[in-house]
Design a protein around this ligand. Structure first.
Ligand code: T1G
Length: 692
């Protein structure tokens, strides 16, 4: 018997309730309790039907992820589901909140599913580097058809109850009291003697073997973006088994694939990111601080970042005022925002009403005084300290007391900006990533005088905007850009030593990044980095020369690569290769071929080393925070767990030795192993050992 699962009867209907806050994860004790009570209800002559429901904010949101990697304990989720399937009495699942993973699989094992209107239903296992392991790949396609099942399982994205109802996944939407509605539904099933057809036996919606060509084509389309991830490929294999094998064998095949993945490095890395993402916003010393409520926002600057940030607020239902000094710039900025929304609506990503509602939440003005009532103001003007200091001083005179004043700067000193106000406690950094309405990461920069309430507000706003907040301290470039600087320097150095842009980019995309540094530079515009380097007195031997020649990347159709008119496909340019060779010769650097692995090590190990310095300085609190920043802000492959987790998988002693070799070759002190990395390597430990 388990405290986490209870049963009561409502006349002849048994109601089994799971209560394992916060998300009713189906941990061992829940499975034990569920199996026990289901068996009892089935065996009770006074019971004609069973309802399975959950207390709290959600139905089961999956298996307990903290149990993965540990020896499995019986009963498994599959055993519980098979006990339900064996029932001769109707079992109705009453769904609400986020019915995910093993929770949806449990519901698929029931004879019927009813749901509250706002319920989200999905199989997100692929986001953990695994596949559904309790029958989801075999039962879901039988209920909703292969096309929908494949889309749900390979995206990991949930669908809402009304869509699930149309798809046949949910039998009825229950307005009002869910459990009462489920009991009534169960009674109707009994009264109407409705047949108890198990999902496992419902092959009518399943594609048949001669549809395999279509299946394989659809699967290939989904997996072409897998970039080295195993789970999408395994999910396709399991779904294919649903078409080609009888149910029991398909279930067995799914289980084999699941057990292989859950024991693998990729899933371990993705589970690390799952929990690190939730830790990154936790700041122990502000635990009790109350976040201010934010009902109105303002953004200063109608450029690319300002427009994207305004869209985030509008998307979250918060009215926002965009301010820019120039009426033309303002008009252009708002046009871009409207165009973005229209494109999304045209692609079916938004209804016309929703689009109009979001556009309607954004207004523009050239009058800074209009932001007086905002609860939060985000400054997103030109990256120049003087310009920003002036904006902060003016905001300080206008914005109401208690409001938060944030800067979207990507590297400037938040404390300097705070000192330009009479309320430094209300100043914080909120560093969005471009495009701000798409990228999930938000670096929340805590200044020396930022109050706990201001910090708590910035984090809460980040979450409300659907971002992954990671709290960092003040230094040049904070965490992400500070480490990126090391990689950029090394990328240029590799060109002089013998690599070509496509070699370096190829090595990183082969490692799992969506794009390499040179293609990324061409996309973002080489002139952006050039201006920053000049402002802070830094150089990049090749990139600087390209910019001096007006080669800013895609926007000039020439950068590190050539681009055909209207194309974003980078083509190697012999002129650039000659420029690299000439520059190396001028510097007396003999060029030689560099292998993919060496290129990857040269690009990643120095930035990992810088990560160790950042940890020692306390700019980042946890190694996991750095991993979350790189996965959500810089495209580090999630299935490698971020740079610090990856470093642990390689071994810090090996990285230390390689860095020593690099330092010897390059003479660059920054390659010298950081003290923290040295200490951990000597102790045969990893960054993970620092947790807690
Ligand atoms: N297991 C263990 N802990 C979990 C958990 C889970 N499945 N889901 C959430 N938590 C913890 C989380 O770490 C946090 O802890 C707290 O609950 C609140 O979560 C057999 C194998 C449900 C949408 O992938 O997506 O089933 O930080 O902050 O923003 O095929 O949590 O407070 O200490 O995220 O409201 C499949 C994972 C599992 C869903 C709620 N299921 N969870 O979001 O709260 S694999 C999932 C979520 C599986 C089967 C397979 C979200 C949420 P703490 P939170 P939230």
């Amino acid at each position: 018997m388990s405290e986490l699962v209870s049963m009561r009867t409502d006349d002849d209907v048994a109601v089994i309730t799971i209560d394992n806050p916060p998300v009713n994860a189906m941990k061992y004790e829940v499975r034990v309790g569920l199996l026990d009570l289901v068996s009892r209800a089935i065996g009770d002559a006074g019971v004609s039907a069973v309802v399975v429901a959950c207390a709290g904010r959600t139905f089961v949101a999956g298996a307990d992820i903290t149990e993965f990697g540990k020896p499995p304990r019986q009963p498994t989720g599959i055993a519980v589901i098979e006990a339900i399937e064996a029932s001769g009495k109707p079992v109705v699942a009453a769904l609400h909140g986020t019915t995910l993973g093993g929770g949806l699989e449990l519901a698929l094992g029931c004879h019927f599913r009813v749901a509250a209107p706002g319920t989200r239903l999905g199989l997100p296992e692929i986001k953990l580097g695994i596949i559904p392991g309790a029958g989801g790949t075999q039962r879901l396609p039988r209920l909703v058809g292969m096309e929908k099942a494949m889309a749900m399982i390979l995206s990991g994205e949930p669908i809402l109850a009304p869509e699930a109802h149309v798809a046949g996944l949910v039998d009825e939407i229950i307005e009002g009291d869910l459990v009462a509605g489920a009991i009534a539904f169960a009674r109707r099933v009994v009264a109407e003697k409705r047949p108890l057809v198990l999902v496992r036996n419902r092959d009518e919606r399943l594609a048949t073997p001669h549809h395999l060509a279509a299946f394989d084509a659809a699967a290939a389309n989904h997996t072409k973006r897998a970039r080295g991830q195993n789970a999408p490929v395994a999910a396709v294999a399991a779904l294919r088994a649903a078409v080609t094998l009888p149910f029991a064998e398909g279930l067995k095949r799914e289980r084999e694939l699941f057990l292989e993945l859950v024991a693998g490095d990729q899933s371990e890395a993705q589970r690390h990111i799952f929990f690190a993402e939730r830790e990154a916003a936790k700041v122990p010393d502000i635990a009790g601080a109350r976040a201010h409520e934010v009902q109105r926002a303002a953004v200063i600057g109608a450029g690319t970042m300002g427009g994207g940030i305004a869209m985030c607020f509008a998307n979250a239902g918060i009215p926002v005022t965009v301010v820019d000094t120039g009426a033309d710039v303002l008009a252009r900025g708002l046009d871009v925002v409207r165009r973005n929304y229209r494109n999304t609506a045209a692609r079916g990503g938004l209804t016309a009403n929703e689009m109009e509602a979001r556009i309607g939440r954004i207004d523009g003005t050239t009058d800074l005084a209009a932001v007086a009532d905002a609860d939060i103001v985000i400054e997103a003007v030109f990256e120049d300290m003087g310009v920003k200091q002036d904006v902060f001083a003016r905001l300080d005179r206008i914005v109401k007391p208690g409001a938060v004043i944030a800067s979207n700067t990507s590297y400037l000193d938040i404390d300097v900006l705070a000192r330009n106000t009479t309320r430094p406690q209300a100043v914080v950094g909120m560093h969005f990533f471009s495009p701000a309405n798409v990228m999930r990461l938000l670096e929340v920069v805590r200044g020396a005088t930022t109050s706990p309430e201001t910090l708590a507000t910035a984090i809460a706003v980040g979450r409300k905007l659907g971002k992954v907040p990671a709290v960092v301290g003040v230094c040049h470039g904070f965490v992400g850009n500070r480490m990126l600087r090391l990689r950029s320097v090394e990328a240029e150095r590799l060109l002089l030593e013998g690599a070509l842009p496509q070699d370096v980019d190829g090595a990183l995309t082969g490692f799992g990044f969506p794009m390499g540094p040179f293609a990324m530079g061409d996309l973002a515009g080489l002139d952006v980095g050039w201006r920053i380097r000049k402002a802070v007195g830094l150089t990049a031997p090749i990139a600087d020369q390209l910019c001096e020649r007006g080669r800013y990347g895609q926007k000039t159709s020439r950068g590190f690569y050539l681009y055909e008119p209207g194309s974003r496909t980078p083509k190697p340019d012999p002129e650039v290769e000659q420029l690299i060779a000439d520059t190396a010769a001028q510097r007396g650097i003999a060029r030689s071929a560099l292998g993919k692995d060496e290129i990857v090590e040269r690009l990643l190990f120095p930035m990992i080393n810088e990560g160790a310095r950042i940890l020692r300085e306390g700019i980042a609190r946890r190694a996991g925070d750095i991993d979350v920043i790189w996965v959500y802000g810089y495209g580090f492959p999630v299935y490698r767990g971020g740079p610090m987790h990856y470093a642990d998988s390689v071994g810090l002693a090996y990285i230390r030795d390689r860095l020593m070799a690099f330092a010897h070759t390059t003479g660059d002190d920054r390659h010298r192993p950081a003290p923290l990395l040295e200490e951990l390597a000597a102790a045969r430990k990893g960054f993970a050992s620092l947790a807690g």
